[in-house]
Design a protein around this ligand. Structure first.
Ligand SMILES: [Zn+2]
Length: 187
């Protein structure tokens, strides 16, 4: 291609102008960030979507997944194996939306609880598998997950040293826990 210096200059100027416009445009795209929780294992996913301002049209999406104390324990004990995550919207904001909330917001604090993970682990270790499985069902139900979180808060911070300690704790907490579950189910 034969171009004289003037034409080349014009081309470079045009190119620079296009790049500048694209950069300015992408800075104007609204970023919407949200988090979701997997209702099978308790992993968490954080997503940012760049959208055309004030619309839900997504140009570009970036996600990262994180393990939580509960998901780590459920994988370790074999309650869950490799699966397709079932993401439930928790909360988010950006691009004109101050605060968007979903059912997952009830489950997120539970899967992040060390106390709940410790109770699940003790259930497995000290032969209360049925109780453990019931906890798993209840915590992935957005209605009752708060009750499981409450139970986790009552667990000893250093975990359970032996079966006796766990069974004593369990028989002390069960009645109140069952009451809480019934109360949350009625809401
Ligand atoms: Zn999952």
């Amino acid at each position: 291609m034969n171009t004289n210096p003037a034409q080349r200059k014009r081309r470079i100027a045009l190119f620079v102008a296009v790049v500048a416009l694209l950069l300015a445009g992408s800075a104007l795209f609204g970023a919407f960030s949200f988090s979701s929780v997997c209702t099978r294992c308790g992993a968490i996913r954080d997503t940012t979507e760049w959208q055309i301002p004030l619309t839900r049209a997504t140009i570009f999406r970036m996600s990262s997944e994180h393990q939580t104390p509960v998901s780590t324990e459920l994988f370790r004990s074999g309650v869950v194996s490799k699966h397709e995550h079932q993401w439930l919207f928790s909360s988010g904001g950006g691009n004109g939306v101050t605060c968007a909330i979903g059912e997952g917001r009830h489950i997120r604090p539970v899967v992040q609880s060390d106390g709940v993970a410790s109770v699940l682990a003790a259930g497995q270790r000290f032969g209360e598998v049925q109780f453990r499985d019931r906890l798993v069902r209840l915590m992935f139900d957005s209605k009752t997950s708060e009750a499981v979180r409450g139970l986790g808060l009552c667990a000893p911070t250093n975990g359970f040293t032996d079966a006796t300690e766990f069974h004593t704790w369990l028989s002390r907490e069960t009645e109140f826990f069952d009451e809480m579950v019934t109360m949350y189910q009625k809401r």
